[in-house]
Ligand binder design. Structure first.
Ligand code: T5A
Length: 221
């Protein structure tokens, strides 16, 4: 028995966490065992690495070292949380995953693509997402949302980067979607949360066969 693996990606403040929670609630209402998790983090050891990375502790070592740290956190998260959940048939909904390493450390951080691909091959291996929803939003809007939520507490490691970095991120995510259209769907995130939730639900139902599942339930299958 294997579950489904859905990832949400995009720039800062695009609304990923909000939509991860809403999608899980809808799936659970259908009786699906839906597990929500996030990266970096998601397992106790990976959460410890998250604290270090987002506090900027890895920044002096450079983007290659940061990519390795994100990958180390991902390795533990996959082993302890994601693969066991998928193996028992759960649906895993993850707030960021390997596309964030491709975009942040790869495209925007200038780590060579073959290094990123090598890390992904070793760590992610066969556990690729069935569906990736890329929440697309102008970085100015996303950063304003993230700042408003955070208040006066300051920015984390990546929120403080220049606007050019965040524009490069947006292009990188759209490029990933263009290259892998079977896995990725771009969602326009410049709308109220309810409307984005509906758009995501339509994509999930269509791509992952939820309409058939509901039909099966009606016919007692
Ligand atoms: N990173 C991560 C890497 O560099 N490499 C990697 O491999 C990985 C995995 C993670 C950081 O690490 C980097 C990327 C990140 O910089 P994080 O705190 O998890 O740090 O950062 P984000 O994932 O960007 O989390 P945010 O919380 O900032 O953004 P979300 O989850 O996209 O947005 P969300 O849902 O929390 O919403 C932000 C605010 O906007 C409001 C919410 O209520 C909230 O206040 N909001 C809306 N407002 C208006 N309209 C809507 N539709 C809204 N939806 C939400």
């Amino acid at each position: 028995m294997t579950g489904r693996f859905i990832t949400l990606e995009g720039g800062e403040g695009a609304g990923k966490s909000t939509q991860v929670a809403r999608l899980a609630k809808r799936l659970q209402a259908l009786g699906i065992d839906a597990v929500t998790t996030r990266e970096p983090g998601g397992s106790p050891r990976a959460e410890r690495l998250r604290e270090l990375i987002l506090a900027g502790a890895a920044k002096p070592y450079g983007p290659v070292a940061e990519a390795i740290m994100f990958s180390a956190a991902r390795d533990d998260h996959l082993t302890r949380v994601i693969r066991p959940a998928l193996a028992r048939g759960a649906w895993v909904i993850c707030d960021r995953f390997a596309d964030s390493t491709r975009a942040y450390q790869g495209a925007a951080g200038k780590v060579p693509a073959d290094v990123i691909a090598g890390l992904e091959r070793v760590v992610v291996d066969g556990t690729r997402p069935d569906l990736t929803l890329i929440l697309d939003l102008a970085p100015e809007v996303g950063l304003a949302r993230a700042t408003a939520r955070r208040g006066e507490a300051g920015t984390d490691r990546y929120e403080g980067e220049a606007l050019s970095f965040h524009r490069a991120l947006r292009r990188a995510f759209l490029d990933i979607a263009r290259r892998e259209p079977r896995r990725c769907v771009v969602i326009d995130a410049d709308h109220p949360a309810d409307r984005i939730e509906e758009a995501i639900w339509r994509v999930v139902a269509d791509r992952l066969g939820l309409a058939q599942r509901r039909l099966g339930a009606v016919h007692g299958a």
